[in-house]
Design a protein around this ligand. Structure first.
Ligand code: ADP
Ligand code: MG
Length: 248
């Protein structure tokens, strides 16, 4: 463990083996609060598996994941969410038949209630928060629209909003701009730069222009291991990175 540093997340010697194949192999990295860490690397490098391990969807074979003093490798997925880790998957999974407002509303953390997700009391505080988030994700004018009519990019933003409303201290996004237009990519970079004022973010991404717009630091993965790490300029100039990834 690196001492004297207030990391929000410390991943150390993380390993997962699927039938003997190590998809993640002795990986260590450290995330600071308000950092936007981008993980890049060739297909099959183990990037998505790292997010699966952090959010508890996949169990580690060895190693540790310390999030603000909690050992995530021993926690269930719902406990990890409750501890403040939010994760967005590659394909948007908004509720098409619900409005933008309702999608955000059902994502609002309500604690334990016997009422169904849609019947909880809509108080002024919740509504103000929903409007605030909708502005942030560029959907302030579309609250009453059905999610089905949104563009692919707008659905991605809505799903980011559904995470934001839970106010996670660590947010993880897997290829958030895949399938987006250039204009939508620019707006997503703007959105992420706003989001990291209040939390740390881990993003997996291939679009190097987008990475340059958002990354605090970049971790390059290859064959389950950390190949390189540092600023965008540092990893771009690293011959190992050029050889296995950027040169192609
Ligand atoms: P990346 O996101 O970097 O493209 P992944 O993390 O999705 O890579 O996958 C890394 C490797 O682990 C791949 O070879 C993939 O086939 C394998 N893998 C991922 N999840 C599983 C699993 N649940 N069972 C077996 N193999 C898996
Ligand atoms: Mg992946």
């Amino acid at each position: 463990m690196q001492e004297n540093h207030n990391f929000i997340l410390a991943v150390e010697d993380l390993t997962v083996s699927f039938d003997g194949f190590k998809a993640v192999d002795g990986l260590s990295f450290y995330i600071e609060p308000n950092e936007c860490r981008v993980i890049i690397g060739p297909n099959g490098a183990g990037k998505t598996t790292v997010l699966d391990l952090i959010c508890g969807r996949t169990r580690a074979t060895a190693g540790s994941i310390d999030f603000k003093g909690s050992e995530l490798t021993r926690m269930r997925e719902d406990q990890i969410v409750h501890a403040g880790v939010g994760r967005k998957f590659q394909t948007p999974s908004v509720y098409e038949d619900l409005s933008v407002f309702e999608n955000l509303e059902i994502s609002y953390p309500r604690g334990h209630t016997v009422l169904g997700a849609l019947t909880f009391r809509r108080d002024a505080e919740v509504e103000a928060r929903i409007r605030d988030i909708a502005e942030t994700i560029f959907l302030g004018d579309m609250l009453q629209e059905r999610a089905a009519i949104l563009s692919h990019g707008q659905k991605q933003w809505l799903e980011i909003g559904m995470l934001l409303i839970q106010d996670p201290q660590l947010m993880m996004l897997d290829e958030p701009v895949a399938g987006m237009s250039v204009a939508e990519r620019k707006k997503t970079a703007e959105l992420l730069n706003r989001i990291i004022r209040d939390r740390a973010v881990i993003v997996i991404e291939h679009d190097m222009g987008f990475v340059a717009d958002i990354a605090t630091r970049v971790t390059v993965m290859h064959q389950g291991k950390r190949l390189s790490e540092g600023s965008m300029a540092h990893v771009q100039a690293d011959p190992k990175v050029v050889e296995v990834y950027l040169g192609h």
